[in-house]
Design a protein around this ligand. Structure first.
Ligand SMILES: CSC[C@@H](O)[C@@H](O)C(=O)COP(=O)(O)O
Length: 359
């Protein structure tokens, strides 16, 4: 997508065989990039959320494996890189998916072949992610068109967290249909949940939509139900970090509450995902490991000062402890449909098997 008129992916290679990523901790205040040169760089970048979003975490980890193979192409080094990168964030299954794919390609290769093969495979993961997200967008667009045809005026869409191009390599998952609808001239407006505690909605989704010109309004996380009750939300669409065999959906904390409010108000609730987010090995969402992050993310906030500088301030009662689960699970029964690169299906084992008989 474009920033200041220039097309960017979220991750790209440089001629000196390093990798550059957009620093998502600095957004929306500053557009800066970070150069990654090692598996350790990639692991830290994922852990501290310089890059985040399920598909982008997987893509970054793939380059981490490639860096490890450049330094030491032994099988021992391969296993230790997979362990290092695999331990960074537990919930998004795209990380495990990408690391397994790297392992499957590399384990039978000679030491001399490993770096080149790893670099090419990481690039393939990135290129495929772009096409997969484009296909998710096209499949979601059909749903948006149907919804728009049923009403007069603006189509109001609510989204939670950031499942846009910043969370993927390009396009995004939940935001891809929004971009496509906007690009074809649809009268569309997006309610952007701020997404406490890290504010991925207010910081990243709003930044993306604003850069592209898509009309949007940031709302407090607690406001979505109110707008649904007042007929101001035509559909919800979110991304996901892991979908289990029965169609349960892990996504950013607060997604579940939006799905409950949507059900109560008869608002369709869609989840957009690439096949790399599917975990058919788990029967239920309750089996998904939920990342617990530092309570500092909840008890402090970083923002822009009037002079443009950044400052972190404490916002809670001094001494009060905080708890910070980063994701929750939305049961399949609250999901209207899953939107994938292969089409749209019911959030159920039968629905998923219909689209992914190979999984
Ligand atoms: C296409 S991204 C889908 C999800 O990864 C996204 O909704 C999300 O929850 C991101 O969480 P984050 O903690 O910012 O990595």
């Amino acid at each position: 997508m474009k920033i200041h008129g220039k097309h960017y992916r979220t991750i790209w290679t440089r001629p000196d065989e390093t990798v550059e990523v957009i620093d998502q901790i600095k957004l929306p205040h500053r557009f800066e990039t970070v150069v990654l040169k090692s598996a350790e760089d990639c692991a830290e970048t994922i852990r501290n959320m310089t890059v985040r979003g399920a598909p982008l975490i997987g893509a970054t980890a793939a380059y981490g494996v490639a860096f490890a193979m450049k330094k030491d192409p032994s099988s021992k080094a391969l296993i230790s890189a997979l362990d290092l990168l695999g331990s960074t964030r537990p919930t998004a299954v795209n990380l495990k998916w990408a690391l397994k794919r790297m392992h499957d390609v590399l384990h039978a290769k000679t030491h001399g072949e490993r770096f080149a093969e790893a670099w090419a495979e990481a690039a393939a993961i990135c290129d495929e992610d772009v096409e997969v997200c484009r296909a998710i967008g096209a499949n979601g667009l059909k749903i948006f068109r149907e919804a728009a045809a049923k009403k007069q005026g603006t189509l109001n869409v609510l989204t939670h967290c950031n499942a846009g191009w910043l969370a993927t390599v390009d396009w995004g998952t939940a935001l891809a249909p929004i971009y496509m609808a906007y690009n074809e001239g649809m009268d569309i407006h997006v309610w952007v949940d701020e997404t406490r505690p890290r504010n991925q909605g207010a910081s990243l989704t709003a930044y993306e939509l604003g850069s592209h010109g898509v009309p949007h309004t940031i709302i407090a996380d607690n406001a979505g139900g109110h707008y649904m009750q007042h007929g101001k939300v035509d559909l919800c669409i979110v991304g996901t970090d892991r979908v289990t065999r029965n169609g349960d959906v892990a996504n950013k904390i607060g997604t579940y509450l939006k799905a409950l409010a949507a059900k109560d108000n008869g608002v369709p609730f869609y989840v957009a995902l690439p096949g790399s987010t599917l975990d058919m090995s788990l029967a239920h969402g309750s089996d998904i490991p939920i990342e617990e992050r530092s309570s500092d993310e909840l008890l402090k906030m970083t923002g822009r000062l009037p002079d443009g500088g950044l400052a972190t301030v404490e916002i809670a009662a001094p001494g009060s402890p905080g708890a910070n689960p980063a994701f929750d699970v939305t049961p399949a029964r609250l999901v209207t449909a899953l939107i994938t690169e292969r089409g749209v299906c019911e959030a159920s084992e039968a629905g998923l098997k219909g689209l992914y008989p190979d999984r």
